[in-house]
Structure formats: C-alpha cells, structure tokens
Design a protein around this ligand. Structure first.
Ligand code: AMP
Length: 315
C-alpha cells in the first residue's frame, strides 16, 4: 500500500480502469479511488475509464480520454483478475500499471500488485487504503458513497461469507463521512415493470438437473421479449440461489459473440471449473464463457461431477 501511495504521489496523470461489464464494486472502487486522489491532490489529473453501467450510474460518469493522455500516466486497474477482462485495453500504453484486486489471482499484470482475496470487495480495499493513510489522504461524501456502494453490492448487502469485523468497521467509517444508506439503497433497488416480468419468466423457466444443478438460459429472444438490457438480464442470477437440493446455480447469458456464465454455489467450490471455461472469480461466485450452446451439456456434466464430489467429501 505504501508503494502504491508513493506511485500515486509521483504521477501527475492517473487513469483508473475496471473490468468489462462493470458492477457496483468495480464502479465503487474506481470512483472511490478517483475521489480520494482528486480530493487529496487536487492538482492531479485523474480519470475513470471503461464501460458504462446503468445500474450504478449514480456514482459518476466515465471519462473520455485521448490516447496521448496515457503517455506519462499511471494506470491503476481495480477489481480485475485477468488481463482480457480489463476494460479499455489502452492501459498497456500507460507508463506504469498497478493492480488492486480481491479475486483469486489469474494474470500477474502490473509492476505493483496488491491482491487481497480475504476482502469481500475491492471497495473495502480502497477504503482500507484510505484509512491506513488517513493522516495524508482526504475524501468527500461522493467518494464515501461510491465505496459504500461497492461494499454493499459485492457482499450482497453484507450477507456473503467474507464479510468480517473489518468490513463492518470500514463501512461504519464511511457512514461517519455522511453516507446516506437510504439514498444508496433506493438507487440500487429501483425496479421496472419489465424486470418484474422477467423475474416471473426466470421462476417459470429454470432448468433443474438430477445432479443438483439449477440454471436458466437467458437468450437474446428472451431479453428482446422482456425489453431488458443484457446488464439487467444478467442481474437475476441470485433468484436461483438458496434453493434446497441445488447447491450450484447459474445463469447463461447469450451475447452476440459468446455465452457468459454467471456461476454461483452455496457449498462446492466453483472457481476451478470457471478456470476451465475461460473464467475465474471467487470460490462461491465465479464467471466463465461458453463458445456456443453446444458446450452446455458438457458444462452441466462438469458441474454435476463437482457437486457429487462435494457430497462425497461431506458424507
Ligand atoms: P459475475 O458472475 O460476473 O458477477 O462474476 C463473479 C465473479 O467472478 C466476479 O468477482 C467476477 O469478477 C469474476 N469473473 C467473472 N467472469 C470472469 C472471467 N471471465 N474471468 C475471470 N473472472 C471472472
């Protein structure tokens, strides 16, 4: 952390990257870090780049920057384990790259890497960073809102394993900065009628397998029918969670060039399986890719084998 702070101090231009299809933690970490750097060192140029997320757009706007901005810049990539998931590939043009992440490491990119897999969100890392150096760093309410949002979204509102005493203490310190929990919850809990209808579809059309896997195929046709974006469609994965007898669940989302798998588990460890399908993540929440629906059967069999092994070990 000290080396990261020294680097931040030594660069005039800092560009903060996240991952493709950013979520609350990605945005929260990006905008939280931007706010800390900008408030502490107002003369520095700090940008957040990458894809836009409608879900957490209340945290800030993505900056549009020219290639030449990278010439003398420091790029900090947050919340991203693999190089190919980094949003805006121009990070390689920066003079130096730093990785700050809480996922199980896959790619060793960056000259400085701070990876903390025991933290349930990357926003918790940024908050921890801030409080470690609080005698020399500053933050405004905007930054605290972003970090708090990152912490609550990646912990499923403080429900997932990994939430610790430190998580609550750091979240509490953000509340001391004036975070309005109701404002954040209202933004995160907005629901459209089309999303309610889509949820009805999910509950009526999921597939269960004998081996204990439950999933849904979210095809382009379904998304069109229910008039939802891919981001909205992907958000329903947890509807399939916690169902008795089904310790692994997944949502398969059909994109133009690939099928994205959002894989979740309540018992078995699934990140290794995700690794076999161009993915990764955490032990109980991972992402992967299928090239086409032809791979679905094999994927289902692999999940079932994993569940079987898990039951055998826990007999
Ligand atoms: P998601 O289902 O997209 O929320 O992903 C669950 C977790 O796995 C997140 O922490 C992601 O950052 C990670 N993840 C998702 N997709 C991939 C991927 N293709 N490669 C590596 N990690 C991933």
């Amino acid at each position: 952390m000290k080396r990261i702070l020294d680097k931040i101090k030594s660069y005039e231009t800092i560009i903060i990257h996240g991952h493709k299809r950013p979520d609350g933690d990605c945005y929260g970490s990006q905008f939280g870090l931007k706010n800390i750097i900008k408030t502490s060192f107002p003369q520095k140029q700090v940008y957040v780049v990458g894809e836009k997320s409608d879900f957490v757009s209340f945290l800030g706007d993505i900056d549009q920057i020219e290639d030449k901005t990278y010439d003398q810049a420091l790029a900090i990539v947050v919340d991203t384990a693999t190089k190919d998931r980094i949003s805006d590939p121009r990070y390689v043009q920066a003079k130096e790259v730093i990785k700050i992440d809480h996922h199980i490491p896959v790619d060793q990119y960056g000259s400085i890497r701070w990876v903390q897999t025991d933290f349930p969100s990357c926003a918790q890392m940024i908050t921890y960073f801030y409080y470690t150096f609080k005698h020399e760093l500053k933050m405004t309410l905007e930054g605290a809102n972003a970090l708090y949002t990152g912490i609550v979204t990646d912990t499923g509102r403080f429900r997932f394993r990994g939430v610790s005493n430190i998580t609550h203490q750091l979240a509490g310190l953000l509340l001391d900065q004036g975070v309005d929990v109701e404002y954040i919850d209202q933004n995160l809990s907005k629901e459209s009628l089309s999303m309610i209808a889509l949820k009805g579809y999910v509950y009526s059309n999921f597939v269960t397998t004998e081996g204990g896997f439950i999933y849904l195929k979210m095809t382009q046709d379904v998304m069109k029918k229910y008039k939802v974006t891919e981001e909205q469609a992907a958000s329903v994965v947890n509807l399939l969670g916690g169902i008795e007898g089904y310790p692994v669940w997944a949502l398969f989302i059909e994109y133009e060039t690939e099928i994205r798998v959002r894989l979740r588990a309540s018992g078995p460890t699934i990140d290794h399986l995700a690794n076999q399908y161009q993915g990764g993540g955490h032990a109980k929440a991972a992402g992967a890719k299928l090239e086409s629906w032809d791979q679905l059967n094999t994927f289902v069999k692999d999940v079932e084998a994993l569940i079987k092994e898990y039951y055998k070990q826990n007999e």
